[in-house]
Design a protein around this ligand. Structure first.
Ligand code: 1CP
Length: 343
């Protein structure tokens, strides 16, 4: 059946004159209505586990900008929490988790299929969205990739170089591989439930893939992503998957073919012309405007947006930023970007 939703048409391989567009972190702190709803929920995690309010913040950027896709409001760190890790957010700093550094810590984790009671509110959010979204807007579910999730579970917080995770994978590969496998299985179970609840596309965020090089990239970024996609496609072959091995560089080449992804999301460290020649030749790509343009705006934003649309105009493309929009962004600049894309 031919798709009518713009996002699904690009994911099916169609080249469109005006590409579909959405933004990473489109529901977020740069929007006053998001900040108001988060205050109503109390804090960030309470917002994630409140289906009515999580659905509300998912819909806010759709109402304001008519993006072509909505992304479920949740966080990649809900999976570690469902596996039994402690999770809290320090205002102004970010997430904190209990750490796993040895076999004793790993042994305390729950089994991969024991996560669903904890994550039931997320599935409920997806159900509400599947019901309430405008008919032409696609619903994206998501999870973190195993390597990125593992970096937080090992270090207990975001790290500039992921050193604690690299140390564990080199010094204690048995525990590290067991942890990667547990996260992979939990992620498959989690994404299958999101699809059953109504997600039409899923995205796998490997935000820290760039610190894996050579064989380590293949083993810990490419292979786990492939394992997840293979399992999802076995049950839901028609659900497209977007993979985001952020800052993979040359690792973007062939990534879709090797993993079975329908689309590769590009960060803004690679040029659109390079990516069109080397990555888009295999199919749909997403990206890749630098998020800082949402802060700085002006003619630079318009020129750069048009340049990216043109560079990718020869094949299937979903317009997006190269990473999440930042809290200091000016909401007016998002409309400037949309006008430059849609004309
Ligand atoms: O204060 C607040 O309101 C919290 C800010 C915030 C938001 C809006 C966090 C904390 N998470 C989210 C939502 C979120 N996170 C979404 C929702 C949908 C949307 O995009 O609109 C998604 C898809 C994520 C994914 C996520 N969380 C990633 C992968 C993408 C990326 O940005 O690289 C990562 C690494 C996280 C962890 C996380 N959660 C929150 C923060 C600040 C972080 C990064 C922590 C760090 O510095 O390492």
């Amino acid at each position: 059946m031919a798709h009518t939703k713009k996002l699904l048409r690009s994911l099916a391989g169609e080249t469109q004159t005006v590409p579909p567009v959405w933004m990473m972190r489109q529901a977020g702190r740069y929007l006053p209505e998001y900040r108001a709803t988060r205050a109503k929920a109390g804090d960030f995690l309470s917002l994630c586990y409140n289906p009515e309010l999580a659905a509300e913040v998912t819909l806010q950027p759709i109402r304001r900008y008519a993006f072509d896709a909505a992304i479920l409001f949740a966080d990649i760190l809900l999976v570690p929490q469902a596996l039994g890790a402690d999770l809290w957010f320090v205002t102004g700093e970010g997430p904190r988790l209990s750490t796993i550094t040895n076999a004793e810590g790993f042994a305390k984790l729950k089994r991969a299929d024991d996560i669903h009671d904890h994550l039931a509110p997320v599935y409920e959010t997806v159900k509400i969205l599947a019901r309430e979204l405008p008919k032409d807007i696609a619903l994206i579910g998501f999870a973190g990739a195993p390597w990125t999730v593992a970096t937080y579970m090992i270090a207990g917080q975001g790290t500039p170089d992921q050193a604690p995770a690299h140390k564990l994978r080199i010094e204690n590969p048995a525990v590290f591989d067991a942890l990667m496998d547990r996260i992979t299985q939990a992620t498959i179970a989690y994404l299958l439930m999101q699809i059953e609840a109504g997600a039409e596309v899923v995205k796998i965020f490997d935000s820290w893939a760039g610190s894996l090089k050579g064989e380590a990239f293949t083993k810990y970024a490419l292979q786990p992503t492939k394992a997840i996609i293979t399992a999802l496609k076995a049950k839901y072959p028609h659900i497209p998957v977007i993979a985001f091995p952020r800052e993979a560089g040359d690792g973007y080449i062939g990534f879709a073919k090797a993993t079975g992804a329908d689309c590769v999301a590009l960060d803004n460290s690679v040029s659109a012309d390079w990516a069109a020649a080397n990555v888009q030749i295999d199919g749909c790509v997403q990206g890749n405007l630098a998020p800082r343009h949402m802060v700085t705006g002006g003619q630079d934003l318009i020129d750069e947006t048009k340049r990216i649309v043109k560079a990718f105009s020869g094949g299937p493309h979903i317009f997006n930023l190269g990473h999440g929009i930042t809290p200091d962004a000016n909401p007016d600049n998002v409309q400037v970007m949309l006008d430059a894309i849609r004309g």
